[in-house]
Design a protein around this ligand. Structure first.
Ligand code: NAP
Length: 270
């Protein structure tokens, strides 16, 4: 039985154990997936080195800090500056960014063709950076929207960075919410208002809780093609399992099983 874990701090709410257990039940992988929650990354690393853990996911607040413990980092994770998936081989850590891969899979699910299209990303954090790299790799034109454009220009090379006021005059193909605005408990907030949302064909909200954020509700009102963050969440987990176990897994199959569990009316995914 292989062992996989999620490392982070204050993450006992995570949906990942349910997701990975579903993957194990739907494939030939014989494994367990549990949470290693600790406020000191050095303690976590020591624990893992003294165990037979074969791989781990990394979440808040360690996606950047983990990099100094790696023997290898994939080119996209290096460019994004964050790692959320580590494979352990002979005690050495090999790091990847499966959020980036999950975003690419989400673009495919949405049937997007991004070549030479303008994609506006709201926010400039880790998820925004993974979106940025995915759009660049699809030959799209990413534009970052930030509350403080001048302070983040060094984070996104060869990329236009604008303020929310500048966004009023823009139109584009896809608008991505990569901010936490709209998630619980502030579910009646949207990072941008109707006037802006109307200027886009497709909307992607990386938030998966609630299922329909205000951002998505406005998009649906204007008949836009909308997607929330659940497929990305599932896809990054599936990609992690593929990396750890050297096999190929059907993400849509897992998604169709998990969507009901995730949005059970008594308990939404966190
Ligand atoms: P993060 O590193 O904290 O970055 C969020 C960014 O949003 C910040 O850099 C900031 O950009 C902007 N922001 C923060 N607070 C804001 C506010 N009050 N008003 C407007 N903008 C604000 O977070 P993250 O890890 O990138 O995650 C962003 C969102 O994506 C979260 O909701 C997270 O749950 C979701 N996510 C989903 C998945 C998935 O699998 N679906 C994966 C990762 C993340 P500026 O300062 O430049 O404005």
């Amino acid at each position: 039985m292989k062992k996989f874990v999620l490392i982070g701090n204050n993450i006992n709410y995570s949906f990942s154990p349910i997701l990975h257990t579903m993957i194990f039940n739907s494939t030939s992988i014989k494994a367990t997936y549990s949470i290693l929650d600790n406020n000191n990354i050095a303690n976590i690393i020591t624990n893992i080195k003294n165990s037979d853990i074969s791989g781990f996911n990394v979440t808040i607040p360690y996606k950047e800090n983990i990099i100094k413990f790696l023997a290898y980092i994939s080119p996209e994770a290096l460019e994004i500056g964050a790692v959320n998936c580590v494979k352990v081989i002979n005690g050495k850590f090999f790091g990847y960014n499966t959020d980036y891969l999950g975003i690419l899979e989400t673009f495919k699910k949405m049937n997007l063709s991004l070549k030479n299209k303008k994609v506006f990303i709201l926010g400039s954090g880790g998820a925004a950076k993974a979106c940025w790299k995915s759009i660049v790799d699809c030959d799209g034109i990413p534009i970052i929207v930030s509350r403080n454009p001048d302070e983040i220009s060094h984070l996104f090379k060869n990329t236009k960075i604008i303020s929310y006021i500048d966004l009023i005059n823009e139109k584009g193909y896809l608008l991505i919410n990569a901010t936490p605005i709209g998630t619980y408990p502030n579910i009646n907030e949207s990072p941008v208002d109707e006037g802006i949302i109307q200027n886009f064909d497709f909307l992607l909200d990386l938030i998966y809780n609630p299922k329909e954020t205000k951002f998505i509700k406005i998009g649906k009102k204007y008949k836009k093609i909308c997607e929330n963050g659940l497929f990305m969440l599932i896809s990054q987990g599936v990609k992690s399992e593929e990396i750890w176990n050297n096999l190929s897994i059907n993400t849509h199959n897992i998604y169709s099983k998990l969507i009901n569990i995730a949005y059970n009316k008594n308990k939404e995914v966190k």
